[in-house]
Design a protein around this ligand. Structure first.
Ligand SMILES: CCCCCCCCCCC/C=C/C(=O)SCCNC(=O)CCNC(=O)[C@H](O)C(C)(C)COP(=O)(O)OP(=O)(O)OC[C@H]1O[C@@H](n2cnc3c(N)ncnc32)[C@H](O)[C@@H]1OP(=O)(O)O
Ligand SMILES: NC(=O)C1=CN([C@@H]2O[C@H](COP(=O)(O)OP(=O)(O)OC[C@H]3O[C@@H](n4cnc5c(N)ncnc54)[C@H](OP(=O)(O)O)[C@@H]3O)[C@@H](O)[C@H]2O)C=CC1
Length: 319
């Protein structure tokens, strides 16, 4: 049976390598795990829910190519390991398991994480800590212990999955703060760990649909509601994040470290989803020689091409 896993990469790209993917049993992490395993890599998937991990590993192992260029591949290439990345002890045990059972850790993908929607003013201290501990501190534990367990002496490549938060992340500010922390940590690690031949980069996904991701939001239409902020005018797929992760892990990215690649259909350079209700305007606190014109209503403009056509017509009519 032909493999069900689609990839743009050479089939033996990661043969003999070992990866750890946190949150590798669902959504984006599952797509990354499938693609790495299809390319010959052995992948340890780690998260809190043992059953999810075990069924994902069994399903993925079942769909993988069984040989490459006629040479047999190990039939089992995905291995579950229960681990809450908020626990330093459990993270240390994960890295120990990978080295003792699989012999090495070539790649680490810090993908496990998440948050909930809430304005900052309503986030409880417990909720704040849950998000920071998972996304920032959990990533730090994984980085530190992968380094000590293997990468310090043997090198490696790391990808941290963050979010598109270049314009802030109103509505989910706790995660925006945590992921901005991870992005900065990535730059520091890229410099501190370059002598160990460790490359480390981030991927910033835009709005990527999967059933498990969508299930975290009370309204099933939440993801579709963001279409107007995405120049690509569709949601992203987990496989589109996976391709970028495989590229960054691969030798094709041998000269890339400390950077962030957005996988977002152009969202990062476009508009914010956050709509600001019209109000009186900030008070003018300093004396100005200029008198501002009376404030009109701040309405959402139509598509820019129409606005520019109208302006061009106006200009022509005045010639
Ligand atoms: C107009 C345009 C709109 C555009 C909208 C775009 C929308 C798309 C956004 C795309 C960007 C990002 C997408 C994603 O990341 S999708 C992937 C999402 N996946 C997850 O989030 C999964 C993992 N998440 C979690 O595990 C948890 O959410 C979390 C890490 C936050 C907490 O883990 P924990 O298991 O510890 O959680 P608890 O249930 O114990 O909660 C601890 C306290 O946290 C507070 N909390 C938790 N959930 C909520 C909630 N839904 N609302 C408010 N507060 C919450 C709370 O204080 C918890 O303590 P208590 O239960 O004791 O009160
Ligand atoms: N989908 C999207 O639009 C975007 C997603 N992202 C990020 O991408 C990553 C993957 O999300 P996605 O696949 O979409 O959503 P999912 O909800 O499917 O994936 C989240 C994964 O994180 C794991 N996880 C959560 N908390 C922990 C923890 N404490 N320890 C270990 N694992 C944990 C979960 O497994 P378990 O429950 O078993 O622990 C789950 O597998 C997340 O970090 C997410 O925030 C970023 C931008 C956009």
């Amino acid at each position: 049976m032909a493999s069900l896993v689609r990839t743009a990469f050479r089939k033996d790209l990661f043969l003999g390598k070992v990866a750890i993917v946190t949150g590798g049993g669902t959504g984006i992490g599952r797509a990354i795990t499938k693609e790495l395993a299809e390319l010959g890599c052995r992948v340890v998937i780690a998260s809190r829910k043992r059953e999810t991990l075990e069924s994902a590993a069994a399903e993925i192992n079942h769909t993988l190519s069984k040989d490459v260029g006629g040479a047999a591949l190990p039939p089992l290439r995905v291995f579950p390991f229960q681990c809450n990345i908020r626990s330093e002890e459990q993270v240390e045990a994960l890295m120990k398991y990978a080295v003792e059972k699989h012999g090495r850790i070539d790649y680490l993908v810090n993908n496990g994480g998440g948050q909930f929607m809430s304005p900052v003013s309503e986030i409880s201290a417990k909720g704040w800590h849950a998000v920071i501990d998972t996304n920032l501190t959990g990533t730090f534990y994984c980085l530190k212990h992968a380094y000590h367990a293997w990468m310090k002496d043997h090198g490696g490549s790391i990808v941290n999955i963050i979010v598109d938060m270049v314009k802030g992340f109103p509505g989910m500010a706790h995660t925006g703060a945590a992921r901005a922390g991870v992005e900065n940590l990535t730059k520091s690690m890229a410099l501190e760990w370059s002598p160990s031949k460790i490359r480390i980069n981030c991927i910033a996904p835009g709005v990527i649909y999967s059933e498990t991701a969508a299930a975290n939001y009370p309204d099933p239409e939440t993801f579709n509601r963001s279409l107007h902020i995405i120049p690509a005018r569709r949601l992203g797929c987990p496989e589109e994040v996976s391709g970028a992760v495989c590229f960054l892990l691969s030798p094709a990215a041998a000269y890339i470290t400390g950077c962030t690649i957005p996988v977002d259909g152009g969202q990062g350079i476009y508009r914010s989803p956050w709509v600001i209700q019209d109000h009186e305007g900030f008070p003018v606190e300093l004396h100005s020689e200029v008198a501002l014109p009376p404030k009109g209503e701040a309405t959402e403009p139509g598509p820019s091409e129409f606005l520019f056509k109208a302006l061009a017509e106006l200009y022509k009519s005045k010639l």
